[in-house]
Design a binder for this molecule. Sequence first.
Ligand SMILES: [Zn+2]
Length: 225
Amino acid sequence: MKTSIIEAFLDLVYPPFHPCPHCHRPDTAIHGAQASLCSPCFQGFPFLMEAEKPSGVESLAHYRDSAQSLVHRLKYKEGLYLAKPMASLMVQKLKLEDHQMVIPVPMHRRRLRRRGYNQADLLARNIASMVELTYESNALIRIRETAPMYQLNRLQRIRNMWNSITINQESTHKIQNQKILLVDDVYTTGATAQACIRELEEAGADEVTVVTFALADAESVHQKT
Ligand SMILES: [Zn+2]
């Protein structure tokens, strides 16, 4: 937290520049107040209305337009710098108070090896540091890779996630009686989040709030990749 104050000051005096992740306009200042988007793109940012959020879910935007570009670019190494400004906008706009712990939705280790990082982990890590909550990176484990979900119906999706996520036994004692923020990049069917919540609650978590950057509409469902 202390270094982030110095970083914030340096960013103000010497703002780093990068092309806008949505329209590619060059020399866009990277800062968290508009998730590093250029001003015209940020003006069109598809913020979710309070009433559009599913119960128990804190999500920032519809999964489209500039919000979709940000989520896409965070999946590639040249977009890694976006994790911090994206997390910063989430912290500014979402209701994250009254929690103690932040946990990311896990990625299967095979996929992790291919990708090199879990984008949910990057967002979660930055959020935890900004709101000064305990961060448990490995509390949940994805024990098998799941089939793509876009062609499955709701029941099949739930079955698909069944037993694909488990609690890390070493983390169980830390989770008990905690109010937890479960972080992912996109909320799609909710099947992934439900599988995580079930595990966390069975391990004794007091309450779990799902926190995502974007919320996919029912028609544009993509499996977390
Ligand atoms: Zn732009």
